[in-house]
Each structure stands twice: as C-alpha cells, then as structure tokens.
Design a protein around this ligand. Structure first.
Ligand code: PEP
Ligand code: MG
Length: 575
C-alpha cells in the first residue's frame, strides 16, 4: 500500500530500494520465510542458541560464591527450568519446520502463548514469574542474534546496495557494524538527531531517517521504498511518476557530489583571506580513508570508544596502540586528536546494569576515573602511539577541576612509567578537554588554565543546556542550536578561549551543518571537526564567505531572543 511517512532526516541524499526489516530490541523480531532447503539449518540455529543459554546459566550457577544468598541459586534454577519447558525449547523447532519461518519468530510466538497461560493463573507469585519467562527468552534471542543488531538475510536475492534497512531502533554499536556493509540506507522509528546512532549514520554517508514512528509496522519486507534523507521523508510503494522524479533527484545529487570533489585539495580560506582548519571525526581506523578522500587537515575527533563495542572482551594496550598508530601513520603526519573512551551513555559500558538516567550517570571521564586501570591502559596506548605521529589526547565530558586534576595526574603517572620502561612517546603531547557540560562552559578558566586546547561538543552541550535527551525522538524537535542560551554559551566559550590563547575547535554535529558554518565563523570559530561526508560542503561555504560583513549580524543574533527574528538574521548571514 502506497504511503508517505515523515521523520527526522539525519543524513541527506536519496536512496531507492527494497525494504529489509531488521530488529534490535531483543523481543522485537522480524518475521520472514526461510527457504525450504535452509529450514534444517534454521532449526539447528535455534537448538544451538538453547544449548548456549543453558551453558551460560549453568556457568553462572557454578560461579555463585558460597556466601551468596540461597535465592541466587534458586533464581538460576528457575530460569533453567523455564528454558527446559518444551513450549520454549522444543515446540519452536516444530514451528520453524511447519511454518518455514525464522527461529526468532517461532520463539516469539511460543513465548506469547506461554505468557497468555500465565495470565490465567490465579496465584500471584506464579503470575509474576512472567518476567522470568521474558528474561529467559531475551537470553535466547541474544544468543540467536550472535550480536546486537543482527541483520537477518533478506528474503530475496537483492544486493546490499539495493537494501533499505527498516528498524524500530538501532544502537550505535549496530550502526557502526553497517560500515562493513553497503546498504543503501536505513530508517528507524525511534532515535534523536544527535544520538550516537544518528551521528554514526552521518559518517556512513548514506541517506537515513530517524523518528518515523510507524515505519516498522507499515512497511513490509521487500517493498519498494524511497528515502529522502534531507527531507526526512519515506515513501512506501511509490507510483511510477514519483519514482521517476526521485530517480532524477538522486542523479542530480550524485552529480553535485562529484563536482564537490574538485575542492579536495583547495585550502579552506574565506574570500577575505581567513584560513579555517577543517578536520574529520572518525569512529574506526578505517574511516581515515574517507577523511583523506575528502581533504581533512587532520582528525579532530577519534571516538575511541567504538573500539570497545561489538565484542565480548576489551581491547588490550597493544591492540589499542596498533589502532592509534595506524590512524596517525595513515594521516601522514597530520594531527590526530583521540578522545579517551566515552562509554556509559547510549553506548553502554555494562549492558547488564539498569541505569535510570545514563546521560547524567557514570559516563565518559567519570567512568574512566572509576576504572583507573582500564583508563591507564588506554592512556599508555595513546602515549606510545604518539611517538609515530602527532597525537593529541582529548578528555570527554569534563565538569569539575577535580576530574581534570585526576586525569592529568594519571597521564603524568603513565608517562613516568613509560620513562622507566624506556618506551618512547611525544613529550610535548597536547592534552585537551571537551566542553560539553554547561558548567564547564561557564567556568571555562578552570580548564583553560591547565589544558592545551578545547573542543566543543555541541551534541552534549545542547542536550545538557536544553535538558533534552539526545536519544529520545519525542523531544528531538526541541533540539535547537539557535536557542539564545546555546548561541551565547558558544560565543562565550570561543571568546574566553581566545582571551586565554587556548585553541578551540567544535566537533559536534553543528560543525558539519552548512546552515551554521558562517554563523560559527562570525562568532570566531576557526577549527571545525565533522564527519568526512560534510567536509567539502562546509569548505564550499567557507570559500564563498566574506567574513568582514558577517560579524555585526552574528553579534545581533546573540542579542535577539525572538526565534523568528533569529532565523531571519541567519538567512541574511547565509544570503
Ligand atoms: C558532542 O557531544 O558534541 C560530541 C562531539 O561527542 P559525542 O557526540 O560523541 O557525544
Ligand atoms: Mg559528547
């Protein structure tokens, strides 16, 4: 059935292809038919998952310390019993075979049947055991997926380039996995525009939309869909006329992209001769290729936490060292700013722990400082890699002087230890801090006194200033980089940094938004770091900017509370 859905575009461009439904939430599963010759394999996949979960639970039981309360063992025994119930462990195999469906679906159907029986039970204790059934099924789902964000094979023989993934929600870890694929696009029902999921989506340079609300429900597997990433529009089952129009637009978009490539080696300088430093944000070492293809003058933000995702263990010092060294070497002497891991918010450090308010919780530097050993491992890896190029260390989410002092002490200790071991490192390595908490922005002196540089993380700065959860699509419309509080905070940071002669960059999503390029220039920003896909667009704007005319307009914007007048002023800046 033809229909059009509106969401929030997070990465521009147009994709036309077949929908492929994927799941992330453990119990939100896709239903698809398994070809007859693969049914036995599907059934074996299910059996292996049950086996794996049984082994996991038995291992958990064996590890319970003797001092633990007896309920612990009883709890695991209960889960083992639920797992052994034929409804969950045997009947799904019959469902797979009879209905030729995927294992997840068969399990889900059986779980629903079992839960319905629980509803009939009078005994309250037994009725409450529903939650245990769900937990056991979640474990099996996880084992079935092998990893979060498991992408089931498509039902048709479509090449990945023709597939548009449709999901209810995806985690940043899921999306970063897409880097190994070549999907045409992805769209989700949930998610905010500056969530890490959206941030990584932009780095894939494929059109994508979040907050569509009902796409997963309305779109069917293999249905033809159009994704207009710039407008945030998803067209399902378009007619021939609409299809032809979007093919034309897609072609034009591609021509525009090709033309921009000519700017790759042009220095980014305004018409009145002001040079601007344009660097790239990356998540993985392989992203350097794209950064170089788009003429990045360095890596302004390496989100090192992505090295920690999608794996059961932690990368050790040598593995991290190799990753950091590779990035610096591949950047051929250009600066590489590596952010120490920022885990704990929408990129969970500990998926087993329920956190009420992760963005305000034990995240980023707070988490690092509670795990000094893990943190020092990373610092040592960075220091060692600094011998092979120009590495800067960037500390995320600083809010207090104590955090900064503790971090600097740990860096000093790591240096002394390397000295003792005669391991070389860059003795002039620069240490910078991310300004993404309003408290840090307002008390900037605490940080400029002791740091070599600053980098403004507007994604978080806006989240914390306007009190809007980055990951929550229901408040995504409130994300507003032009809010007077945000603009004045930015102006304050840039001005105070200049006064203390501390270099300041901006590495949030604002840096790659061409609508804001000139305004930021006029506020005094000279260093931008963004996903590679935006570098040439931003450079094009800079090349056509006469800065001398813009400063008064930007100053006026800082004094204008009225949103309509603000937009009008911005239009004049961009005219
Ligand atoms: C930011 O907060 O703006 C930023 C660049 O960091 P991240 O998006 O990884 O939180
Ligand atoms: Mg941040």
């Amino acid at each position: 059935m033809s229909c059009t859905l509106h969401g929030t575009g997070v990465s521009g461009g147009i994709a036309i292809g077949r929908a492929h439904l994927v799941s992330h939430a453990k119990l939100e599963v896709a239903h698809y038919l398994v070809p007859l010759h693969q049914v036995a394999e599907e059934s074996a996949r299910f059996e292996a998952a049950i086996y794996q979960v049984r082994a996991e639970l038995e291992e958990l039981r064996a590890e319970i310390p003797a001092t633990a309360p007896p309920e612990f063992t009883a709890f695991i025994n209960l889960h083992l019993m639920i797992l052994s119930d034929a409804t969950l462990s045997v009947v799904p195999r019959q469902v797979i075979e009879n209905e030729q469906c995927n294992a997840e679906w068969a399990l889900r159907v059986q779980m629903d049947a079992l839960l319905a029986q629980f509803d009939e039970i009078e005994d309250e204790y037994l009725r409450e055991r529903k939650a245990d059934v769900i937990q056991v099924v979640e474990r099996v789902m996880k084992a079935l997926s092998g990893q979060p964000g498991y992408i089931p094979p498509p039902t048709r023989d479509d090449a990945e380039q023709n597939l548009i993934l449709v999901a209810r929600d995806l985690s940043p870890a899921d999306v970063v996995q897409f880097k190994q694929h070549q999907f045409a696009s992805f769209v989700t029902d949930l998610g905010g525009t500056t969530s890490h999921t959206a941030v990584v989506a932009r780095s894939l340079a494929i059109p994508s939309i979040v907050a569509l609300h009902r796409a997963r429900q309305l779109v069917r597997e293999a249905e033809l869909v159009i994704v207009d990433g710039a407008q945030g529009v998803l067209i399902v089952d378009p007619d021939d006329q609409v299809l032809a129009e979007y093919r034309r637009r897609q072609h034009e978009f591609e021509i525009g992209r090709q033309k921009l490539k000519r700017l790759r080696d042009r220095p980014a300088v305004t018409l009145d001769g002001v040079p601007v430093d344009l660097q790239a944000n990356i998540e993985l070492p392989a992203d350097v290729i794209e950064a170089r293809e788009n003429g990045a003058a360095g890596i302004g933000l390496f989100r090192s936490e992505f090295l920690f995702l999608n794996r059961p263990d932690l990368p050790d010092e040598d593995e991290q060292f190799e990753a950091y060294r590779k990035v610096t070497e591949d950047m051929g002497g250009m600066p590489v700013t590596i952010r120490t891991y920022d885990l704990g918010a929408d990129q969970h450090a500990d998926p087993g722990r329920v956190i009420t308010n992760p963005a305000l919780g034990l995240r980023a530097i707070r988490l690092c400082l509670t795990e000094p050993q893990r943190f020092v491992t990373q610092l040592r890896a960075m220091l060692r890699a600094s011998h092979y190029g120009k590495i800067n260390v960037l500390i995320p989410m600083l809010a207090t002087a104590v955090e900064l002092d503790q971090t600097l002490t740990l860096i000093e200790q790591a240096k002394r230890k390397l000295d003792d071991e005669s391991v070389p490192y860059d003795r002039n390595i620069q240490v910078g801090g991310m300004i993404e908490v309003p408290a840090a922005a307002l008390a900037l002196d605490i940080f400029t006194r002791k740091l070599d540089f600053l980098s403004i993380g507007t994604n978080d700065l806006i989240q914390y200033t306007l009190a809007i959860d980055r990951t929550d699509d229901t408040v995504a419309h409130l994300y507003d980089p032009l809010h007077p509080a945000v603009l004045n905070l930015l102006a304050h940071i840039i001005k105070s940094a200049a006064k203390s002669k501390t270099p300041v960059a901006l590495c949030g999503e604002m840096a790659g938004d061409i609508v804001l390029t000139r305004l930021l220039l006029a506020l005094g920003l000279r260093q931008y770091s963004m996903h590679s896909a935006h570098l040439l667009d931003v450079k094009q704007v800079i090349l056509g900017t006469d800065l001398s005319k813009l400063r008064p307009l930007a100053q006026k914007m800082l004094r204008t509370p009225d949103p309509v007048k603000l937009r009008a002023l911005l239009e004049r800046i961009n005219a």
